[in-house]
Ligand binder design. Structure first.
Ligand SMILES: CC(C)(COP(=O)(O)OP(=O)(O)OC[C@H]1O[C@@H](n2cnc3c(N)ncnc32)[C@H](O)[C@@H]1OP(=O)(O)O)[C@@H](O)C(=O)NCCC(=O)NCCS
Length: 184
């Protein structure tokens, strides 16, 4: 089995998340001051068991690296957020998700560093070629942050995003793509 190791960014480190981290990460999603930005288009609360139906066991183990993995973002030894890649498709494309755990940690370059670190890992270790993120248009900081790390906005309707990527998060999702070969 491939063992996922800690990934070094320039400022943060990404530590593979474990099953024991699930409650903390869930609580950041629903009970932190950034939570409203994560639920612009779905329910503002969700029990842990229900959340785990989407964030399945493989995100927290090394069992199925092609299906997705979650990492804690560490600033020094302090967990400041979570970042995940989802299932890698046959064209070596993958969707990323990220949420820092507090407003106080946003706007400091930690999230963008985490994204760059995860992309470098996925390119080098798993041969991923194309990265996708889909922030809401109501989250301009996320759109700007993803542009900073080489994502470009691609015009697409929600139906087109769902068709091409297997799901759409918001009625105003902004399709953002970073191609490995273009970003070099
Ligand atoms: C989105 C997120 C991961 C970005 O990471 P980050 O470390 O905060 O990003 P950075 O600090 O590197 O960059 C943020 C950029 O947005 C800009 N920004 C902040 N507020 C903004 C706004 N309202 N409109 C446009 N740009 C904005 C900042 O000025 C900065 O750009 P600059 O460096 O050119 O000045 C992080 O803010 C986060 O987790 N937010 C809360 C949860 C969330 O929104 N998750 C994403 C769901 S898709």
């Amino acid at each position: 089995m491939r063992v996922t190791t800690t990934i070094d960014g320039r400022r943060v480190r990404l530590r593979p998340a474990t099953l024991a981290d699930r409650r903390m990460i869930h609580d950041w999603s629903y009970a932190s001051d950034v939570a409203p930005l994560l639920h612009l288009s779905d329910a503002p609360t969700r029990p842990l068991d229900d959340w785990c139906d989407d964030w399945e066991t493989h995100y927290f183990t090394d069992d199925e690296p092609e299906r997705g993995r979650m990492f804690l973002v560490l600033d020094g030894e302090m967990p400041v957020g979570a970042i995940a890649y989802n299932d890698i498709d046959e064209r070596r494309r993958v969707e990323l998700d990220i949420w820092l755990n507090a407003e106080a940690n946003c706007g400091r370059g930690l999230g963008t560093d985490a994204i760059e670190a995860l992309i470098g890992y996925l390119e080098a270790e798993l041969g991923v070629q194309t990265f996708m993120m889909q922030p809401s248009a109501r989250n301009p900081r996320a759109v700007r942050a993803y542009e900073k790390v080489g994502f470009a906005q691609v015009p697409a309707t929600p139906e087109e995003i769902a068709e091409d990527w297997g799901g759409v998060d918001h009625e105003d999702s902004v399709l953002m793509i970073r191609e490995a070969w273009l970003a070099r």
